[in-house]
Design a protein around this ligand. Structure first.
Ligand code: SF4
Ligand code: SF4
Length: 344
């Protein structure tokens, strides 16, 4: 483990930028989001969850897949450097590993390679992921329900802890260890520094609200498809889609052709299963025409279907949906309702 004085962070970020485009939490209008930075001075350090999730670094809200015309198809060339992301919290690094399963691990398909998404893979496979410990989790955080925690080091290349006037950095993956070894200006961390991490971790865990045991969630929610619980839960949802857009793991998208006179672009755009038009078919039939069906789909996907496909819940407990929902539909309450529900 090494340490870098906060006053020297600019030098370290400059060093990272020699090899990578660096994305970090920063202000975008009145919101916070992970955006490409020019300098370390743009980084907001005291934020736990950015308003917008970091999925957009690798899966942008709008992305040109290719251009078409009379001469055929042209895929846009990516001229940027590989991506490094500074300031991710563990919930967000684990959300990226979940999205990577969708875009890169089509293990259910007979011809797996055909279903790997080159746009995602080109960015994510070459990235350097910094995972920063949460010293002060929020009241909306519930990562611990999923067996994770504010000081979880997995799903990253380099683990970072903000301690007094320094950042402590530990290489986790081989890539992360090799990168840190190249930065010769870092000092070795001391035993006292490491002891401070233990104390910060203890404090951070004490901020987390009581844990709910979700070991039965997959099986229980799987039995509720036809139960009236969904009418009760969806009653106040206005289907605004905000929860899906801020969610670090939601990944519904639409593909649209924009062009005229024989040329144009095919664009991938975020969409939401909470929108009525998302499943409307050309015939006019809509298998999820009412809100109850859409709310059920969102939560069945998160806590049953994805687990069935990939062995993990499609939720990290980041709490962004709790913060943003205009009618206070709290996913933690939904989970508790499901677990307590008695099938008649
Ligand atoms: S469902 Fe909510 S808590 Fe879970 S990952 Fe999405 S935004 Fe975070
Ligand atoms: S943010 Fe709330 S009201 Fe909007 S779609 Fe999600 S659950 Fe429904």
């Amino acid at each position: 483990m090494v340490k870098i004085k906060k006053t020297r962070l600019k030098d370290f970020i400059d060093f990272v930028q020699q090899e990578y485009d660096v994305f970090a939490p920063t202000e975008v209008g009145k919101k916070t989001a992970f955006k490409k930075i020019d300098s370390a001075f743009e980084i907001i350090h005291d934020i736990v969850n950015t308003d917008r999730s970091p999925k957009e670094v690798f899966f942008p809200q709008s992305e040109v897949l290719f251009e078409y015309g009379k001469d055929g198809l042209k895929t846009p060339e990516r001229k940027e450097k590989p991506i490094a992301v500074w300031g991710l919290r563990h919930c967000d690094t684990s959300s990226l590993t979940m999205l990577n399963k969708v875009f890169s691990d089509a293990h259910q398909m007979p011809d797996k390679d055909m279903f790997k998404d080159p746009y995602w893979k080109e960015k994510y496979d070459n990235s350097l992921i910094f995972n920063q410990a949460c010293n002060t989790p929020l009241s909306t955080c519930f990562c611990h329900w999923f067996g994770r925690g504010p000081f979880d080091k997995t799903s990253s290349d380099i683990f970072v802890v903000d301690v007094d006037d320094v950042f402590l950095l530990e290489g986790i993956s081989e890539k992360g260890k090799a990168f840190l070894a190249k930065y010769e200006k870092a000092e070795q961390a001391t035993k006292e520094d490491e002891a401070k991490i233990t104390e910060l971790k203890r404090k951070a865990e004490s901020f987390l609200a009581e844990k709910t045991d979700i070991s039965e969630l997959f099986e229980k929610i799987g039995k509720l498809w036809d139960e009236p619980i969904w009418e009760e839960i969806s009653g106040k949802c206005v289907n605004c889609g905000a929860c899906t857009f801020v969610c670090s793991t939601c990944h519904c998208f639409d593909v649209s052709d924009e062009g005229k006179k024989g040329k144009g672009k095919r664009i991938r755009l975020w969409d939401s299963c909470m929108f009525q038009l998302f499943t409307k078919e050309a015939s006019g039939h809509n298998p999820r025409g009412i809100s109850t069906q859409r709310v059920r789909q969102r939560f069945m996907h998160k806590y049953n279907y994805f687990m069935d496909n990939y062995g993990v819940h499609l939720c990290t407990g980041c709490g962004r949906c709790v913060q943003v929902c205009p009618v206070n539909l709290d996913v933690r309450e939904l989970i508790k309702k499901v677990l307590d529900y008695k099938i008649s």
